[in-house]
Design a protein around this ligand. Sequence first.
Ligand code: HEC
Length: 261
Amino acid sequence: MGKIFIAAGLALGLSFGVFASDASASSGKAAPSQEWTFDGVFGNFDRAQLKRGYQVYQEVCAACHSLSQIYYRNLSEIGFTEDEVKKIAAEFEVPRGPDDEGETHEDGEQIMRAAKPFDKLVQPYANEQAARAANNGALPPDLSLVTKARKGGANYLHALLTGFADAPEGFKMQDGMSYNVYFPGAQIAMAPPIDDDAVEYADGTKASKDQISRDVAAFLTWTAEPELEDRKRIGIKVLIFLIIFTAMLYAVKRRVWAKLH
Ligand code: HEC
């Protein structure tokens, strides 16, 4: 019997190895663990939370950070209806591009059109130079994959956003930097982007700084791993299969050996 457990344990261990996400090293203070609806083997995204997180991204973070991997149509996956997605997209403008009707302005200016669900989210800056110029030389990174690219993922995001504080006495701050122990080196070129009531939630949730950070961290987990729920569902099926398969092999082995004794 012990062998069954060892085999099942091995199978479990291997499968969880597949679940664990890759993260690069960072030297900031370790982010405390928060509870997330998408934690664990049975975790799921909370659609209402993702919608709030999108609202935070759009109203606050999108002023500086792009989300280059996301199309407006993807927002239907977090609970917006098709009409809502069309409306959201139509609030933004994108260059029409020469292939629409071959038109260009004589003065070289781009002709713009309202964004459509098949467009990518509009980016805040035309290019990296413009982004740096607007941010004291620092580059606000694209946030599409940031929860996967940083150790701690959503926990790190939440800690970073709530972790701004006054620098302790004697700490050498560079100009234009903010003190934050969760960022490597404890100073970051991003001013604290949120405070209590930085947004007014469409669904009436109280917008504390903690809530806002949590919601946008959940949203950015979805942008980085939109397939997370599918992956977990497949993982569970694989686990069940492995357990049954192991039990069957064991039964077969016993039968074969019983005859030989
Ligand atoms: C006014 C511009 C601005 C706004 C608004 C802003 N950020 Fe930033 N953000 C920056 C800059 C600049 C950096 C680069 C900091 C650095 O490298 O020191 C940055 C860095 C980051 C990082 C990367 C930290 C790391 O580990 O490298 C994350 C994550 C982040 N911001 C999240 C957010 C979120 C979420 C919001 C919205 C709630 C937001 N930011 C709003 C300018 C901004």
